[in-house]
Write a protein that binds this ligand. Structure first.
Ligand code: GLY
Length: 380
């Protein structure tokens, strides 16, 4: 049993930064009990927000925490609930439980819970502190680090939000044991993304450890999560507010968010981002930035990880629609498709420090049609 600590310091985090603790074998219940005891002694009120998936898997442990005095709200799980209505539900719960400015709210769950709770914490009484206990691969390696919080709106994904860093992130790898296979696998889209944008050695490590990943080997997961936290930390430390370098974290996300939106969230974030990375890598290749061999290696890695690389069948004959959907993305400016291009495995194209390229509609449609010709449409 071991616990590793990584400190993330950014311009807006307190001078000491915030700790990311990675615990390899124990569940977070003892951590939460101690946290409650600490806040009780300090006479501070706390609340725990989780979701229906966590409640299904860990009902007994959550009941015990409730008996110890934790007020607990389990929101409905899923991206479809990351909206203003759920935000209001959480706020009502906090008001009813007398949460004040000196209180802390704790998020226990995947990226949706973290994004929502972080955003509530950013605005509740003009800002209270929050802690993140991520339960999914995506939340552990990406969403819980870097302070992005927010909700989806009828006009697009993550369009209302705030930067609000957590006070501490506690990663309990044991929680991965109950993650559904599809969610576990799709989480590796963000892991692959980190390798592709910043770390060729991680790309090699992933390729060598496909079987260990599939059987959820704890030592392998610990190494992967640690490496990913460090990659994300390095990027957000240099560019917290996404004025340049942080845009590389959006690799695959312009096309990905568009597809996710078009599918009405039937495609999960990981599935959509995986297709998005293949598409944006193809655009990079066609623009003369990436070699064809690296494009093929990228598609191969995604497929070894059990991820999708080709466009879904329902998008066949509807290529202009992804363009419109991609324009809903925050990165689109003046109705032009924007994406971060890849130069080689482990390195993004700097584009003069902007880390962003623009494609006119005609160019996008040609590239997208070409991409669809390269990789046959998937059946679903
Ligand atoms: N998930 C992308 C970012 O944190 O910037």
């Amino acid at each position: 049993m071991s616990c590793q600590k990584i400190t993330v310091s950014t311009a807006s985090a307190s001078s000491t930064g915030y700790a990311v603790l990675i615990e390899d074998s124990s569940y977070p219940w003892e951590y939460l009990s101690k946290l409650h005891e600490k806040f009780r002694k300090e006479k501070k009120q706390v609340a725990l927000i989780t979701d229906s998936n966590m409640k299904r898997c860990y009902k007994a442990a959550l009941d015990e925490l409730r008996d110890e005095g934790w007020p607990i709200l389990a929101i409905a799980a899923g991206e479809g609930h990351k909206n203003a209505a759920t935000k209001e539900k959480i706020e009502t719960f906090l008001f009813k439980n007398k949460i004040t400015r000196s209180s802390t709210v704790v998020a226990l769950g995947g990226g949706v819970v973290g994004d929502l709770v972080g955003f509530v914490a950013a605005t509740f009484m003009r800002g209270i502190s929050w802690q993140s206990l991520p339960s999914s691969i995506v939340a552990m390696v990406d969403a819980s680090i870097g302070g992005k919080t927010g909700i989806d709106t009828p006009f697009g994904k993550n369009l209302v939000g705030s930067f609000h860093n957590p006070k501490e992130v506690y990663i309990s790898l044991a929680l991965l044991s109950t993650l559904r296979e599809k969610e576990y696998r799709n989480g590796f889209a963000e892991v692959a993304k980190h390798a592709l944008i910043a770390d060729r050695a991680l790309y090699q490590f992933l390729k060598k450890n496909i079987e260990n990943i599939q059987r959820r080997d704890m030592k392998t997961l610990q190494a992967i999560v640690r490496k990913n936290v460090l990659i994300k930390k390095n990027v957000v430390t240099e560019d917290e507010r996404e004025s340049g370098l942080r845009r590389i974290l959006n690799f695959g996300h312009t096309v990905g968010h568009g597809l996710e939106w078009l599918s009405a969230f039937k495609l999960s974030h990981g599935e959509a981002v995986s297709i998005g990375m293949a598409a944006e890598a193809y655009f990079s290749y066609k623009l003369g930035l990436l070699s064809h061999a690296d494009f093929q290696r990228i598609v191969e890695l995604l497929s070894c990880l059990g991820l999708r690389a080709s466009m879904p069948a329902w998008s066949h004959g509807k290529i202009p629609e992804p363009y419109k959907a991609c324009l809903l993305d925050k990165k689109a400016s003046a109705s032009v498709f924007c994406f971060s291009a890849i130069q080689s495995i482990g390195r993004m194209h700097a584009a003069g420090g902007e880390y962003l390229l623009h494609l006119e509609r005609r160019q996008f449609l040609l590239l997208m049609r070409d991409f669809c010709g390269q990789l046959p449409f998937a059946k679903t």
